[in-house]
Design a binder for this molecule. Structure first.
Ligand code: PSU
Ligand code: MN
Length: 307
């Protein structure tokens, strides 16, 4: 069935993305796990729509990526996004289960890792997400380190995020990225941001103050045959920030609960995000939305300039 097909032919592009590719207009890739496992309905749906509108407002074409009935989809209709938003038991796809999910004609949402793999196949250049996965706290015991890290070292996009998710061990995540040769670069900030908070207290390995430095660096990396993404960490806007002091005990409580309920593996990140949402009475959700939109805005400006 798949013989003779190259990577590009295995992808179904939406009409909007197809046109943008033909006319070489800037495209911003978006993931779908944030829709299915990152937040509840209907917030997930309204955010998915709002993120796409914002990319268009900045002159870019949004490309939300998912697997639907075993088809690799780059760009989804609003109906498809709605159905993913409401769906229960959709698989959370990363790099180890993406392929079998396709072969077995299933539907699944793509994490940062799986989205990066597909976006690279589609030759997209810029991707906006909320927070990346990384080394979990106590990963020295559990070995739970997101495949996002490995895929960031294999695809070649510019990834805009609000830092590693605050539920993680941020120093370990920063070290893992360095070991894999992934440049963690903060945008207009001396320290690494921590998703809901602007400052993790960890000094950033690299800082840029302009979009043109990001674009020039991408071109230099490509010209010199370097593999791997540039990870641009963009702190959440001040007005939407949750302070570290407030959120840290809440994260600790959520982790303690996860341990006592033996929640681990793929279920851990969604569990922790849901617990934090409940304990902050929805404030974390509001911040999560704001940081994603802030990242879409920066990603769109980068995509526009790189063209
Ligand atoms: N950031 C969010 N919400 C999410 C995620 C990130 O604000 O739901 C998702 C991303 O898709 C990321 C994944 O790739 O969580 C990481 O999961 P894990 O730690 O199981 O690898
Ligand atoms: Mn994991």
């Amino acid at each position: 069935m798949l013989e003779g097909m190259d990577a590009q032919n295995l992808i179904i592009f939406s009409e909007e993305v197809h046109k943008a590719r033909k006319k070489k207009r800037p495209i911003v890739a978006l993931e779908s796990t944030i829709i299915t496992h990152g937040m509840p309905y209907p917030d997930n749906y309204s955010l998915a729509i709002e993120a796409e509108m914002l990319a268009r407002k900045h002159g870019c074409t949004p490309a939300t990526i998912a697997i639907i009935d075993g088809k690799i989809r780059v760009g989804l209709t609003d109906e498809e996004k709605l159905s993913l938003s409401k769906a229960k038991n959709v698989s959370k796809l990363t790099t180890n289960n993406l392929s079998l999910n396709i072969v077995q004609k299933q539907t699944g949402s793509t994490t940062v890792a799986a989205t990066l793999l597909i976006a690279n196949m589609a030759k997209l250049q810029v991707f906006a997400t909320g927070g990346i996965g990384g080394a979990h706290r106590q990963s020295e015991l559990s070995f739970d380190i997101s495949a996002d890290i490995q895929q960031l070292s294999r695809s070649n996009l510019i990834v805009v995020c609000a830092g590693p998710k605050a539920i993680l061990d941020i120093p370990k995540t920063v070290e893992m990225l360095e070991s894999r040769g992934v440049p963690l670069i903060t945008y207009k900030s001396k320290n690494v941001p921590a998703f809901w908070s602007r400052d993790s207290g960890i000094k950033s390995p690299m800082v840029v103050n302009s979009i043109s430095d990001i674009v020039k660096n991408q071109k230099f990396r490509a010209a010199t045959g370097q593999v791997g993404c540039q990870l641009i960490c963009n702190p959440v806007p001040e007005k939407n920030e949750i302070s570290r002091k407030y959120i840290e005990p809440i994260i600790e409580k959520a982790i303690t609960k996860a341990i006592s309920q033996k929640i681990f593996g793929k279920a851990l990140t969604p569990f922790l995000l849901t617990e934090v949402l409940a304990m902050t009475k929805g404030v974390s959700l509001k911040t999560n939305k704001a940081l994603l939109l802030n990242n879409v805005k920066l990603a769109s400006k980068i995509a526009f300039m790189i063209k």
